[in-house]
Design a protein around this ligand. Structure first.
Ligand SMILES: NC(=O)c1ccc[n+]([C@@H]2O[C@H](COP(=O)([O-])OP(=O)(O)OC[C@H]3O[C@@H](n4cnc5c(N)ncnc54)[C@H](OP(=O)(O)O)[C@@H]3O)[C@@H](O)[C@H]2O)c1
Length: 275
């Protein structure tokens, strides 16, 4: 029996992956914000006879303190983690800062994944074939790191903030493998599922909302979207870091995966978190 942690497991692909793992006999803990969705997940788990193996930790993962609490709780309650699945996101048309003073999109879409990846590393290393599955946007031709203004205090744009998060997650995978890949068992997988009809958690302006509704009509189902992710969870690549777009493995030769950029962002992130 595996132990699976799903960040953003209350909805969309995270919920789909969590229920799939429960059906296969794994123990699953989901972390999400909405208690009602958490209860609905636990009820669905009961419905398939997996109630005893299903756990919900409510948390606002845009807060550093909440990520630290979640890491402590999982470390106290679980002997090992076989897979950490990273799915939380929330689109913000307007810039917002958390009570801890971080720009919210960067905090949820990148800093939370950074903290959970490194914070659960010891538990991952206790599993026989551990994997971190970071579901975001590798392979996207758009998006950039705003090196001089990571928190986008000037010229915030919701889409640009989301795209920056995607690029930052690509570099997170590269930096994690750069730091630990030679000696650790944990494999870091960057995964772009393509268009999938999910909740598209967010607070949108009217034009972006219309665009999202159109995308959802054309997108594939959650079941189709998660199929290649589940395959990869079962059989992670041998290399310390890898990237996929749907069923297709990507080359890491693209500048999105530059190891110097990865080290630079890693340093900037640690500095930001230490403030
Ligand atoms: N859907 C697509 O077409 C698509 C395409 C490419 C990449 N992706 C990537 O795939 C991943 C999963 O996307 P999805 O579409 O399945 O997600 P989704 O349906 O939008 O669900 C997002 C999840 O994030 C959680 N969340 C939002 N704010 C949170 C907060 N402050 N604290 C804790 N949890 C929070 C939500 O929890 P609550 O509902 O409980 O608030 C929910 O469980 C994302 O990283 C996304 O960027 C998706």
């Amino acid at each position: 029996m595996k132990h699976i942690v799903v960040q953003g497991g209350t909805d969309g692909m995270g919920r789909g992956i969590a229920l799939t793992c429960l059906r296969r006999g794994d123990t699953v803990v989901i972390v999400g914000r909405d208690p009602k969705k958490g209860e609905s997940f636990l009820a669905a788990a009961d419905g398939i006879g997996a109630g005893a193996r299903a756990h919900f930790i409510p948390a606002d993962l845009s807060l550093i303190s909440e990520n630290e609490r979640v890491i402590r709780q999982i470390t106290e309650e679980f002997p090992a983690v076989d897979a950490l699945v990273l799915c939380a996101r929330h689109f913000l048309a307007r810039r917002r800062e958390t009570v801890e003073g971080h720009e919210s999109t960067l905090a949820l879409f990148y800093l939370s994944r950074f903290l959970l990846s490194y914070g659960l590393r010891d538990l991952l290393e206790k599993a026989p074939r551990p994997v971190i599955m970071n579901v975001a946007g590798p392979g996207s031709p758009t998006g950039e790191i705003h090196w001089q203004d990571l928190q986008m205090k000037r010229d915030y744009d919701g889409l640009a903030a989301q795209m920056q998060g995607g690029k930052a997650n690509d570099l997170l995978g590269v930096a994690f493998a750069d730091r630990y890949g030679a000696n650790d068992r944990t494999r870091y997988v960057l995964f772009n599922p393509g268009g999938v009809s999910t909740s598209f958690s967010g607070e949108y302006d009217a034009a972006t909302r219309r665009h999202v509704e159109m995308l959802k009509r054309m997108a594939k189902s959650v079941e189709e979207g998660i199929a290649p992710i589940v395959r990869c969870l079962d059989d992670p690549p041998a290399e310390p870091v890898s990237a996929f777009v749907e069923w297709q493995r990507m080359s890491l030769a693209d500048t999105s995966f530059d190891v110097h950029d990865a080290r630079r962002l890693d340093e900037k992130t640690r500095e930001l978190l230490s403030r």
